[in-house]
Design a binder for this molecule. Structure first.
Ligand SMILES: [Zn+2]
Length: 230
């Protein structure tokens, strides 16, 4: 149910400037079909929860390109609901709906296959989501050794010192430039190579994702919708 925003353009290869405001699902389907002959895609511009449960039963396999825990949990429960067992409590193969789940966070990514009834499902392994990576504040403030230390120093310590009350917005190029410039100065001061604008962006998004995942676990209020999929 998501539309293309200008801030989406720099991190994908399906959308163009003239697509801003249009449905992500529809434009993505059109672009892929233009590029790969013989592929037929039917886009659905709606929330995944708006489809009847049986809609999902018509597919042989479900591939998740989702970015929120809430959406993954939902599809997981749908896929698991199709599972039936025989009289000896063994899963009936035709009722197993395979799911392939993938995602990225910073430089890391994962892909895994979930076979309901045979492998742990998404809910069984929800604790696998990584804990927030935190550097001791003293390392950031006194003895930075890596580009990440410099970027986190600029963001976590200096941003709030200088911009009292103003929230950092990773989609705002001026904010990003501010953190990058400061991180670079700090890196030069300590002789650390490797702080670039794109690395700063990666770290900022990684910090954002981590804090959102934590907010989901600590508040039980599902507010995670980072790059919402349709
Ligand atoms: Zn499970």
């Amino acid at each position: 149910m998501d539309t293309i925003e200008i801030s989406n353009l720099n991190r994908q290869f399906l959308f163009r400037l003239q697509d801003v405001g249009k449905s992500k699902a529809q434009v993505a389907a059109k672009r892929v079909m233009e590029r790969v002959s013989g592929v037929n895609i039917t886009p659905h511009f709606c929330r995944i929860e708006d489809k009847e449960i049986n809609f999902y039963n018509d597919f042989n396999i479900i591939v998740l390109g989702l970015d929120s825990i809430e959406a993954r949990s939902y599809i997981n429960s749908v896929a698991c609901s199709f599972l039936e067992f025989d009289s000896e409590d063994n899963p009936i193969p035709e009722t197993i709906k395979p799911m392939v789940d993938g995602g990225t966070e910073g430089f890391k990514g994962h892909a895994r296959v979930i076979l309901p009834g045979m492998t742990p499902c998404f809910e069984c392994t929800i604790w696998l989501f990584p804990p927030q990576v935190k550097y001791p504040l003293c390392t950031l403030a006194e003895t930075p050794r890596t580009p990440a230390h410099c970027i986190e120093y600029a963001h976590l310590i200096k941003w709030s010192e200088v911009h009292s009350g103003k929230e950092f917005d990773p989609d705002d190029p001026e904010h990003m430039q501010w953190v990058y410039t400061l991180a670079l100065k700090r890196a030069e001061l300590f002789g650390i190579a490797g702080v670039t604008y794109s690395l700063t962006q990666v770290f900022e998004f990684s910090i954002l994702i981590q804090s959102l995942i934590l907010s989901v676990f600590s508040n039980s209020r599902f507010a995670l919708d980072i790059y919402p999929s349709t």
